[in-house]
Design a protein around this ligand. Structure first.
Ligand code: SF4
Length: 431
């Protein structure tokens, strides 16, 4: 299959495609209707000079599919109109060529083109029972209006640091800073998939990439993506990552810090753990004071922050509603942490558990991967310490109150208390 740009000479093809999209369920219109009915004929008129564009899937000279984007506005606005600057697209695949990935390829070409031209997005109209809706959702379109048809939009916003345009949530491999995944990264869709992909990850980088595209928990996938679409008012003009947030830091770290889960408008927005919220401000400032971080601020991925001898992770990688993952969701995500600990174990000296839940999760994980845990199980407390044995080598588990706003605002956790925990960790490299 070859893909080429749509041109003004493709008028006939455009008419066939327009007819095909309006007749998707049964033959309602004829080619004459397309020519004479202005509500339909505007979809078959292609004007590159006003900003229209499109792509054709071509199989040996036969058009197998077509996506086309029209700048319809004013009295000419189409059914899927949302904004004069956002072209409305049509998508058609010849019945003989359906279910071959052509629609997805055509849509991604249109999205790439929109990004390259710095358009604010793309919109479309689709009838509720049309199966194509699922493809649009998978490609990042979301519903903004519903009457007899559904209007969907895919909006782009500039990354606050790189100023590259991204949709929310961010698809893998679009150039988001530190995104380790791409379109070919294998995606877990079930807890069994998580177990298999965690176990077979060859190294930390592959593990993190696989985590970042995981979709095994339907409730959390919906939540993290809804948050990414709706956004908080202060971040309306930013793209949101809206994907699982993997562990991050020094891959050869002797210390692992374990939190709970990404924050909805923090790491779920920036794509980097503890980045972009008050909790992270506290944690990274403390890491900086102790020499583990080269800067004290952590506002966006790609900001130059580097950690030395410390890695940070969480037992749940997706932002949960009310910060409360369910027991099933924690269980589904557990194999990622199992594998991460196994990979880090050879050089690991200390694990800092932020809060009682993180502490309990580390102990459960340690038992599951065959480390020896003292009996009875050590109790969490700020400053508490226990030895976990891997072989005969001890790894120190250190308890620390979570750096949540609730703890730092109320003085339950102070900078001195946090600095004292940092002082117990293996030194940063080159210190
Ligand atoms: S919480 Fe974990 S297992 Fe569930 S979807 Fe997110 S990354 Fe996957």
């Amino acid at each position: 299959m070859e893909y080429r740009e749509l041109t003004e000479h493709d008028g006939e093809l455009l008419q066939v495609a327009t007819l095909g999209t309006f007749n998707w369920s049964f033959p309602r219109f004829s080619l004459t209707d397309i020519e004479l009915n202005p509500d339909l004929s505007k979809y078959a008129a292609f004007h590159p000079t006003r900003g229209d564009f499109g792509f054709v899937a071509d199989q040996d000279g036969t058009a197998a599919g077509l996506v086309w984007a029209l700048k319809l506005s004013g009295a000419d606005a189409g059914y899927g109109h949302v904004d004069n600057e956002i072209p409305e697209i049509g998508l058609w695949v010849h019945p003989q060529y359906r279910r071959q990935g052509i629609a997805t390829k055509l849509l991604s070409l249109a999205q790439d083109h929109a990004r390259a031209r710095k358009l604010p997005g793309l919109s479309l109209s689709v009838e509720p029972k049309n199966h194509a809706r699922k493809i649009y959702e998978d490609m990042g379109f979301h519903e903004v209006r519903r009457d007899t048809a559904i209007t969907m939009v895919w909006r782009l916003h500039d990354h606050p640091l790189t100023h590259q345009p991204f949709p929310s949530p961010v698809p893998a491999g679009m150039g988001w800073p530190n995104d380790l995944a791409d379109q070919s990264t294998t995606r877990a869709r079930t807890p069994a998939g998580v177990r298999r992909l965690a176990k077979t990850a060859a190294n930390l980088e592959e593990l993190d990439a696989r985590v970042s595209v995981c979709g095994a928990c339907p409730r959390l996938v919906r939540w993290r993506e809804d948050v990414a679409i709706e956004k908080r008012a202060a971040f309306k003009s930013e793209p949101y990552w809206g994907r699982p947030v993997p562990g991050w830091g020094d891959p050869d770290a002797q210390t692992l810090i374990v939190g709970l889960a990404p924050a909805a408008h923090g790491a779920n927005r920036t794509g980097r753990i503890f980045t972009g919220d008050r909790s992270g401000d506290w944690l990274f400032a403390a890491l900086h004071r102790a020499g583990f971080a080269n800067q004290q601020h952590s506002n966006t991925a790609g900001d130059g922050l580097v950690l030395s001898n410390v890695r940070i992770t969480s037992p749940v990688h997706c932002a949960p509603p009310q910060n409360k993952p369910t027991t099933e969701e924690k269980a589904a995500c557990a194999p990622w942490l199992d594998r991460e600990l196994e990979m880090l174990a050879p050089q690991l000296e200390a694990i800092v558990a932020l809060g009682g839940i993180g502490w309990a999760q580390v102990i459960t994980t340690a038992r599951r991967i065959g480390w020896e845990v003292p009996k009875p199980a050590p109790k969490f407390g700020h400053g508490a310490e226990a030895a976990l044995l891997t072989g005969n080598r001890p790894i120190r588990l250190i308890g620390c109150y979570h750096v949540s706003q609730q703890n730092t605002f109320t003085g339950k956790l102070t900078t001195e208390m946090l600095d004292e925990i940092m002082s117990r960790l293996p030194a940063p490299k080159n210190s």
